[in-house]
Design a protein around this ligand. Structure first.
Ligand code: 1HN
Length: 342
């Protein structure tokens, strides 16, 4: 209304004329700087998504799809593939005998294995057999392909920072000339060399992605067991471990922080919020997640998203384990990250 009432004033003519010159008066924009985005809390029940993944297998061959992924799109971001403004999440299914051909891209990627045995990802020349609960790293611009040697479908959660690469106009992609990349590193090398609190003397970290390419659930569970025996749960997060880049002690990716947390049965946590957007995947157990104004009943393999600065809290009906990744690493690097407990 203000603009209309000013239409015949000198000021109104000024605003219209400068707009035609691609100039905008900053003082006309009120409340431009405040935390949060238009993105909304959302939840995907695995019981509802899984049949659609199976259906996708019937309708789309691996050859047609390259990657058979159902993207979890935020309802406010339809058509973008993004689960929130800064992150991608998708559920990928691969059938026995299938190969997802090798390629690389500038966005960093993680896999969190949801269901099934016998699949692998090959990353940067190393074959990484994957089991449920494992977290697999694909650094920016690393060649990667997947396969399933098992007898059952395998499903994992793909987490990527594609919105970062797209935001900067730096989203490059390249297919490998053959289906599979050569495996020139022995299986298990990255974890047995870099995952033992030792680092090769001549190793020089670029400070970006971790040299450990797989964080097996077995190790995570053992560490959570010890953490839970050693002390009290955090009032909001329960027993929470951050996956670390052993060369820096920081996050496994330049953009994404990755965690696993355990909430004991009966746990009812305090409210927490941060500027980080976070994607959660239930590894095991049941409970309730309250995110903003929404309440989600959560069970194994469900995925949900907590948008930036929206308060959230958890209650566990049985022992609950939540895998999560967020844009915290990128925000910390830029000096933006803020958080509040309670
Ligand atoms: C990608 O390369 C994979 O390699 C999965 O499995 C999901 C989503 C966006 C861009 C690249 C994969 C992806 C992706």
């Amino acid at each position: 209304m203000a603009v209309v009432s000013r239409a015949n004033s000198d000021y109104g003519r000024f605003v219209d004329e400068v707009k035609d010159m691609s100039l905008f008066p900053l003082w006309e924009r009120v409340g431009g700087l405040k935390p949060g985005t238009q993105c909304v809390p959302a939840h995907w029940s695995y019981a509802e998504v899984r049949p659609q993944l199976i259906r996708a297998c019937e309708m789309v061959t691996k050859k047609e799809a390259s990657r058979r992924v159902l993207c979890l799109e935020n309802p406010t971001l339809r058509g973008t593939t993004f689960i929130c403004d800064s992150l991608f999440a998708g559920l990928q299914i691969i059938l026995p005998g299938e190969v997802a051909p090798s390629h690389r891209h500038t966005p960093s990627a993680l896999r969190f294995i949801v269901e099934g045995e016998g699949a692998y990802t090959a990353v940067a020349g190393e074959k990484l057999p994957m089991r449920p609960g494992d977290f697999v790293v694909t650094p920016a611009w690393a060649w990667h392909d997947h396969g399933n040697h098992g007898t059952a479908p395998v499903v994992w959660l793909d987490g990527l920072d594609t919105p970062f690469a797209r935001f900067f106009g730096a989203a490059f992609y390249e297919p490998y000339p053959e289906e599979k990349q050569p495996l020139d590193r022995p299986e298990g090398e990255s974890i047995s060399v870099y995952g033992m609190s030792l680092i090769p003397d001549e190793f020089h970290s670029d400070g970006h992605s971790t040299p450990v390419l797989i964080y097996p659930y077995e190790r995570t569970r053992t560490a959570l067991d010890s953490l839970a025996r050693a002390g009290k749960p955090h009032p909001a997060h329960g027993f929470k471990l951050r996956y670390a880049n052993p060369a820096t002690g920081k996050h496994p990716f330049p953009t994404m922080a990755v965690s696993m947390q355990r909430l004991p049965p009966g746990f009812s946590g305090q409210t927490y919020r941060s500027t980080g957007s976070a994607v959660f995947a239930v590894h095991r157990g049941e409970g309730v997640a309250r995110v903003g104004e929404q309440e989600f009943g959560i069970g194994p393999h469900d995925v949900f998203v907590a948008p930036p600065w929206q308060p959230y809290c958890f209650a566990a009906t049985s022992e609950l384990e939540l895998f999560s990744y967020s844009d915290r690493a990128g925000q910390e690097a830029l000096g933006y990250f803020r958080e509040q407990v309670g």
